[in-house]
Design a protein around this ligand. Sequence first.
Ligand code: HEM
Ligand code: HEM
Length: 177
Amino acid sequence: MQSSVSNKPVIWDLVVRLCHWLLVLCFVINYFIVEPGRLVHEIAGYTAVGALVIRLLWGLRQPGSSLASYRHIHLRPTDFKTHWAHLKARQLPHNAGHNPLGWLMIFLVWALMLGLGITGFIMEEIDAFFGDPTIEWVHSIMADTLYIAALVHVAGILVTQWWGRIPLIKAMIRGTR
Ligand code: HEM
Ligand code: HEM
């Protein structure tokens, strides 16, 4: 794991943090602020997908010592048991990355973001599907599901942070805990 200037281990590097907050910003713009079908909607949507693709590639090229690397995805039953034991003890390890439940939620968010990008592209760029009600329906269901997933994500983080006595949000802002 890399060290910051203060010698605290870096949990989330700058790329992971920038991509995360860009994703959040683009979602908020598209879901709550701009009217669908506007150019801003397209730009924000593709920016979100771009941030996601950068993050996905970043995970591939990181050394195993980086918590952004996919080598830190552990989803065996024993990993869930260990996480459960940490929760029971009310102490989550401060030098760890995403917990197994967190990874599952992240896969869902990634899939929905990509799905929004793909269906948006189909509606916008392929003449045969312009205004297609089915694609539009799939797109809006994915957007609503992503909204629910984001609410669960934030609630999960707030509860885990309090119950597990671990500053999760701080690490996604400053990089270190
Ligand atoms: C639309 C809203 C949101 C989306 C789509 C979203 C998506 C994600 C994704 C994809 C990750 C994984 C990061 C990675 O490894 O690249 C993540 C992690 C994280 N997010 Fe969000 N997020 C949202 C809102 C928020 C908000 C509002 C907060 C703060 C309150 C937040 C705090 C965090 C934290 C702390 C982590 C790291 C969790 C851990 O330590 O395992 N997120 N989020
Ligand atoms: C962050 C990703 C995105 C979110 C959260 C999002 C969200 C939404 C929502 C909530 C709607 C309204 C659906 C309805 O009326 O039932 C919509 C419509 C639409 N979106 Fe997206 N979207 C995203 C990405 C994209 C992308 C990348 C494109 C492609 C250019 C796109 C193109 C469209 C189009 C063409 C419509 C239909 C507009 C209309 O009703 O005239 N979206 N989107």
